[in-house]
Design a protein around this ligand. Structure first.
Ligand SMILES: [Zn+2]
Length: 224
């Protein structure tokens, strides 16, 4: 992947899939469909809630939280008031749950947020909370199945709340063979340049901490 692809500013590496509706790195489509087929054989309708996400979408999420237009939560999920926090505290709070634009693994098309559509009652609004993925949550069985089977297809969970600074995301899976190359290629300098050119709120503070943020949220992930 080139710099634009690594930071989600172009989609030359992305293939649009119609069934199920998602956008993935060209090399991730077949492995994902194989994983989905195996899940279907065991009764799950494995569906991506989020797949490729570009830089501008991530920027909108970031600026929305930074400005207080979108809800920002603390580590226990309680809402925080943006204007009560210093700029650096806002950055830390956003990064518990959302990636820095340019640093989201969703930019690579290798990472997917997954649910079981068979387990969601009609009209159920998926929230992607940890409770949904443990018993008696609707996706507890899927979480268990993925824990056992995802690795056979090359997928793993980068966010378990162990080494990575991101909170545990039991729904977030990554195709290791492609994602690992991207993780190594996305340097602090590439991330710095992508952010420097963008209308990001808190930009000065983020750029001053770019090495620390890169180490904590890009370089450091959880292996099984
Ligand atoms: Zn995700």
């Amino acid at each position: 992947m080139n710099e634009g692809e690594l930071t989600g500013q172009v989609r030359t590496h992305i293939t649009q899939v119609s069934d199920p509706d998602c956008a993935l790195h060209a090399y991730v489509v077949a492995p994902f469909l194989n994983l989905r087929r195996a899940a279907a054989a065991d009764g799950f309708d494995l569906a991506p809630i989020s797949s490729f996400r570009d830089f501008s979408r991530q920027l909108a999420i970031w600026n929305g939280k930074f400005s207080g237009e979108k809800t920002m939560n603390d580590v226990s999920g309680k809402p925080l008031i943006a204007s009560d926090l210093s700029l650096n505290d806002r950055i830390d709070a956003i990064l518990l749950w959302s990636a820095l634009p340019g640093a989201s693994r969703h930019h690579w098309g290798t990472d997917i947020d997954l649910i079981d559509r068979n387990a969601a009652a009609p009209g159920y609004r998926v929230q992607l909370t940890q409770e949904e993925f443990v018993s008696p949550g609707p996706f507890a069985l899927l979480a268990e199945w993925l824990e056992t089977n995802a690795a056979r297809f090359g997928f793993f969970r980068p966010f378990r709340g162990l080494r990575s600074g991101v909170q545990p995301e039991p729904w977030h899976f990554s195709f290791a063979p492609v994602a690992e190359n991207a993780r190594r290629a996305l340097s602090p300098a590439i991330l710095h340049d992508a952010i420097a050119a963008a209308p990001l709120l808190g930009k000065e503070e983020v750029l001053a901490r770019i090495d620390e943020l890169h180490a904590r949220y890009v370089a450091c992930i959880d292996w099984p």
